[in-house]
Design a protein. Structure first.
Length: 170
C-alpha cells in the first residue's frame, strides 16, 4: 500500500498516512502532528521551540488552583502558653500551609488555629520532651485559614516549640 491518501476526487486534498498492520490487517493510519500556538497560529515542536508546558513547581513560584503563587517561609519559635501568631492575616487571602516541622523542649500539646481562639485547623497533638513532627511538602496543603485570618499556633503549656513552615497566601 502506498502512503498518503487523497481524500477528495481529482486534484483534491491529500492527507499523510502510514502503512501499518492492525490486528493482522494492513491499514492506512492517519499521521497527525502535534502543534501549538495561539488561535490561527501553528508552531511545529522542536528542540528550539518545544511544546509549552506549565511547570507546577519552579524555583520561586508554584501553581496553586491555576494561579501562580510565591511560597513564603515562617519561623516557629515560641514558648508562650496559649496563642502565638505565626503568620499575620493577609487582606482578602487565606493562608495555605504546604509543609511544617517543629521540635518541643518538653511535654506539650500543640495545635494550629485560624486566628486567635478561632477555628481549629488541627487537633491538639501531644509531644514528649524532644518530640516533634515534620510534614513534607504537600501541593494541596495541610490546612487553610479563613480569609483575612492569621495562622496561629496554640501551646497547652509554656514549653519551647521551634521549627519552620512553608505557606502561600491565595
Amino acid at each position: 500500500m502506498a502512503e498518503n491518501v487523497q481524500i477528495t476526487a481529482g486534484s483534491g486534498t491529500t492527507i499523510a498516512t502510514d502503512d501499518c498492520t492492525v490486528n493482522a490487517v494492513a491499514v492506512q493510519v492517519q499521521r497527525v502532528k502535534a502543534g501549538w500556538g495561539a488561535d490561527s497560529v501553528y508552531n511545529d515542536p522542536a528542540v528550539a521551540a518545544p511544546i509549552p508546558v506549565q511547570n507546577t513547581i519552579e524555583t520561586g513560584q508554584l501553581s496553586y488552583l491555576g494561579a501562580l503563587v510565591t511560597p513564603q517561609y515562617a519561623v516557629i519559635d515560641t514558648s508562650a502558653s496559649g496563642n502565638t501568631t505565626l503568620v499575620a492575616a493577609v487582606t482578602s487571602k487565606v493562608i495555605v500551609v504546604l509543609s511544617y516541622d517543629f521540635v518541643c523542649d518538653g511535654t506539650v500539646a500543640v495545635k494550629f488555629t485560624s486566628g486567635a481562639g478561632g477555628t481549629a485547623l488541627t487537633g491538639a497533638q501531644s509531644f514528649a520532651a524532644n518530640g516533634g513532627i515534620a510534614k513534607t511538602f504537600s501541593p494541596a496543603g495541610y490546612f487553610v485559614t479563613g480569609s483575612n485570618t492569621a495562622l496561629v499556633i496554640n501551646l497547652s503549656a509554656a514549653i519551647g516549640v521551634r521549627g519552620s513552615l512553608v505557606y502561600i497566601a491565595r
